[in-house]
Design a protein around this ligand. Structure first.
Ligand code: PEP
Ligand code: MN
Length: 291
């Protein structure tokens, strides 16, 4: 698959002379277990940044499902900026992940950080996540091109939209066109928030690629108190869903504590998101909705 979006200059695209900008591919829906991303509905994916323990993962899975999340997130291997911080439970997490999924009926999306992890992950995940730091990892993208599972490709924190789309094509040329794009904020000159959510990119890729598009407000802003507002922006802007971090007790979270929503925060987020979706006439994806 070649995406002919042709953003040649990266900046100041002149819409009056660039006829390629009228190219409007229809979103190709991507089936992920019991739901379909890109079918016109809005899907909420939620869970902890890292899977920390059986209890933490189970409690979070139960809560987010009860509030309306349709897929469960949770990191097994974490790519951390510092080598001295928690790197994820790794192998140990597989001792209880299946139990949590079976008990709650949730399907898992987790980050793959190395092509060698496919063998063990394939049996546990419904969808692979490629993290921001790995968007340019072409060996990983090629490996996922051979997979039959859908892939959520996060935008590199310093990647042009054009590079992001081309990274998606790496997966597609291998034979796997089940790609979902996730905007998670980019690095700009601004430092008061963790990143800067680029809603412009979301509008662009939604119109100029066939991929479903979701937003990650947690990593975009990095501050719990503002995560819900960015989630409402995601609901208002007309994308296919969002992915958000939730923790039973953020004060003891082993990664991304500052941005984790409490259970109560998540409940409020879901209630208000439903109101925004009602205003924009976009249905919330429900488990069983597309079955
Ligand atoms: C994550 O989802 O926990 C994560 C590490 O995200 P990103 O790759 O966007 O930094
Ligand atoms: Mn995180």
């Amino acid at each position: 698959m070649k995406i002919s979006h042709e953003n040649k200059s990266h900046t100041n695209v002149d819409t009056s002379t660039n006829s390629n900008l009228s190219y409007q591919p229809k979103t190709q829906p991507v089936r992920v277990g019991p739901i379909t991303l890109g079918d016109g509905s809005f899907s909420v994916i939620a869970g902890p940044c890292s899977i920390e323990s059986h209890e933490q993962f189970l409690q979070t899975a139960r809560w987010v499902k009860q509030q309306g999340a349709v897929l469960l997130r949770g990191g097994v291997w974490k790519l951390r900026t510092s080598a001295h911080t928690f790197q994820g439970l790794g192998q140990e997490a597989f001792g209880f992940i299946k139990e949590v999924l079976n008990e709650t009926g949730m399907k898992l999306i987790t980050e793959i950080t190395d092509p060698r992890q496919i063998e063990i992950l394939d049996d546990h995940v419904e969808m692979y996540q490629v993290g921001s730091r790995n968007m340019h990892n072409y060996a990983l993208l090629k490996e996922l091109g051979q997979s039959r599972k859908p892939v959520m490709l996060k935008r590199g924190f310093a990647a042009y939209v054009d590079e992001w789309i081309k990274a998606a094509e790496y997966i597609c040329v291998g034979g796997n066109s089940q790609v979902v794009l996730c905007e998670r904020g980019i690095r700009t000159f601004e430092t008061v928030t963790r990143n800067t959510l680029d809603l412009n990119s979301v509008l662009y890729v939604k119109q100029h690629t066939p991929f479903p598009v979701i937003i990650d407000p947690s990593h975009a802003i990095g501050m719990r108190e503002f995560v819900p507002q960015l989630a409402y922006a995601a609901a208002a802007v007309g994308v296919d869903g969002l992915i958000v971090e939730v923790h039973p007790n953020p004060s003891v979270a082993l990664s991304d504590a500052r941005q984790a929503l409490t259970f109560n925060d998540f409940e409020i987020l879901m209630q208000k998101t439903k109101k925004i979706l009602a205003a924009t006439e976009q249905p919330l994806t429900k488990l069983g909705y597309t079955q």
